[in-house]
Design a protein around this ligand. Structure first.
Ligand code: HEM
Length: 534
């Protein structure tokens, strides 16, 4: 029956006809079916119910962190070398081997704490997540722009994030809560000195560095492993904003960084980063006064020079934000042959967390979505679950193959199905581990030294900006939190502690006598510095 009030097709309109998801053409998209023009709606109105009930389910849970972000595509081009050396000496990962070899990538940049529509001008670390669609399956390098992190053990992640997120009662981000936590967590000082410096508000996504942050391993075809850290250096240079710049930008646009990236790609001004890799032998490095598995530390460039291994260019925007950005799923567990984990306690915890949250946030079959799917053939015996889109090992194709029986979705079998592959090397049994099961912090915590070095490397205007930002935030905190923070900052660097103390009306001598935190062991040099101040 034709609804006389429908707008209906206009003569000469050649656009494709709207359908519902059952493939039925939609003749009237303006009016529900009712009894008479003014009458009640009927429940069998399939088209209306489908449309509204799908709309009701349009949102999925946003990421618990990094909710605001944007995805672009491009490629990684290998140099075939680690600096001047043949790269195959260090890793057998295929994507790095041949100069000029290109691997498609998807990259998602993000902020951390705000919700999906929050400001991109926030003082907040930026996420820098890269998915390499390699010939051996996917590799995800999930990093940030600040080189280090707040904490070194994954068990503290929910606490640091709760402190940084809005107050559960007032729903305001509250410096008193943030610095309450940080003042009790000395390992976060290095991250704080970065975050409250101008680097804490990157000008946009194109002008920032990226870092893998955690320590990984490379493995060559002799089975030899080395510890590595990754850095992305932007060809565009690094640019940051002060609080005043950020206030100006966000007054008119909360999404300036997404806009900037999309528009640059649209006009063919493709952003580019060089991937550099630092390396050290795979052992404890007792000669260092910090631990190579500690993600609150950087590796000094003079001792561990970052050497280029390839470049990445972003040249394509997503066509749909939901399908390709909201549902994109990255994780630290996603490695390919030739790359490996280290025992970094953050990395291990992260590796559980990402796929766990994605099964909840996107659904158990999130790896079947085009943006997450490997570009190689995927053949598993995993089946079913909500929204299973296809059988991973395409049964039509497999049934044509000798020895593959589509009825066999288990392994081993006498009757076909999938078989195990062969390890790429024979010498891949991994390191020998021994030790008592325990809960201990790592021995070489050294929480202040690199934070102090970072401060001393800053130009005068950066130091002033950092001190101004600390004072502005700490002024909103209670006295005990302020005093403990000034105590930590004195241990980072006298000038930093003194100038922040001055701004808060706290005399360095008055806080220098505070006892270290119960779980903290100061070095004799640190104790002497405090005694000198007191
Ligand atoms: C996103 C957990 C540390 C970088 C996420 C998500 C979770 C998470 C649950 C949301 C993922 C999703 O919904 O798809 C953790 C845990 C950590 C940790 C438990 C510590 C134990 C870090 C560190 C970095 C980092 C140290 C930086 C090196 C990122 C990035 C994203 C992210 C870039 C966004 C990925 C995207 O764009 O989809 N993290 N994280 N995280 N995390 Fe972490």
């Amino acid at each position: 029956m034709t609804d006389v009030s429908s707008q209906g097709p206009q003569p000469g309109d050649e656009r494709p006809v709207l359908t519902n998801r059952q493939g039925h053409p939609v003749y009237d998209n303006q009016n529900q079916r009712t009894v008479g023009a003014r009458g009640p709606a009927t429940l069998e109105n399939y088209q209306f119910l489908e449309k509204i009930s799908h709309f009701d389910r349009e949102r999925i849970p946003e990421r618990v962190v990094h909710a605001r972000g944007t995805t672009s595509y491009g490629y990684f081009e290998a140099y075939g070398k680690w600096g001047d050396d043949d790269i195959s000496r260090y890793t057998r990962a295929k994507l790095f081997q041949r100069a000029g070899k290109r691997t498609p990538v998807a990259v998602r940049f993000s902020t951390v704490i705000g919700g999906r529509d929050s400001s991109e001008c926030a003082r907040d670390p930026r996420g820098f997540a890269v998915k390499f669609y390699t010939e051996d399956g996917n590799w995800d390098l999930v990093g940030n722009n600040l080189a280090v992190f707040f904490i070194r053990d994954a068990i503290k992640f929910p606490d640091v994030i709760h402190a940084l997120k809005p107050d559960p009662v007032t729903f305001r981000q509250d410096p008193n809560r943030i610095f309450d936590f940080m003042s009790q967590t000395p390992e976060c000082m290095h991250m704080l000195v970065n975050l409250f410096s101008p680097r804490g508000i990157p000008a946009d996504y194109r002008h920032m560095q990226g870092f893998g942050v955690n320590t990984y391993k490379w493995c060559n075809d002799r089975g030899e492993t080395r510890l590595v850290k990754y850095t992305w250096a932007p060809k565009q240079g690094v640019r940051s904003m002060t609080e005043a710049d950020a206030a100006r930008v966000q007054a008119s646009d909360l999404g300036h960084a997404t806009k900037d990236l999309r528009e640059a790609i649209e006009r063919g001004d493709y952003p580019e980063w060089e991937l550099r890799v630092q390396m050290m032998s795979d052992d404890e490095h007792a000669e260092l006064d910090w631990d190579p598995l500690d993600d609150t530390k950087t590796w000094p460039e003079q001792d561990f020079p970052p050497k280029p291994v390839g470049r990445m260019v972003l040249d394509r925007n997503v066509k749909d934000q939901f399908a390709e950005n909201e549902q994109a799923s990255f994780g630290t567990g996603v490695l390919v042959d030739g790359l490996d984990f280290s025992d970094d306690k953050m990395l291990v915890g992260r590796t559980f967390s990402y796929s766990d949250t994605q099964r909840y946030r996107v659904g158990p079959n999130y790896l079947q979505l085009p943006v997450n799917q490997a570009k190689t053939e995927v053949r598993t015996n995993q089946r079913d679950g909500y929204m299973a889109y296809a059988v991973d090992s395409d049964s039509d194709r497999d049934s044509d193959r000798e020895g593959v029986n589509a009825h066999v979705n288990y392994e081993p079998s006498l009757h076909g199905g999938l078989r195990e592959g062969q390890y790429p090397t024979t010498d891949d049994e991994g390191p020998e581990l021994s030790g008592r099961l325990t809960r201990k912090r790592i021995p070489r915590t050294n929480d202040y030294e690199q934070a102090g070095q970072r401060f001393r490397l800053m130009e005068e205007w950066e130091r002033t900006d950092l001190i101004h930002n600390f004072i502005a935030q700490l002024a909103q905190c209670e006295r005990d939190v302020q005093e403990r923070m000034v105590w930590h900052l004195l241990l980072v660097e006298d000038e930093l502690g003194n100038r922040v103390g001055e701004g808060l009306g706290i005399d360095a001598a008055a806080v220098a006598h505070l006892e270290p935190l119960p779980y903290q062991t100061l070095t004799s040099a640190e104790r002497e510095r405090l005694a000198h101040l007191g």
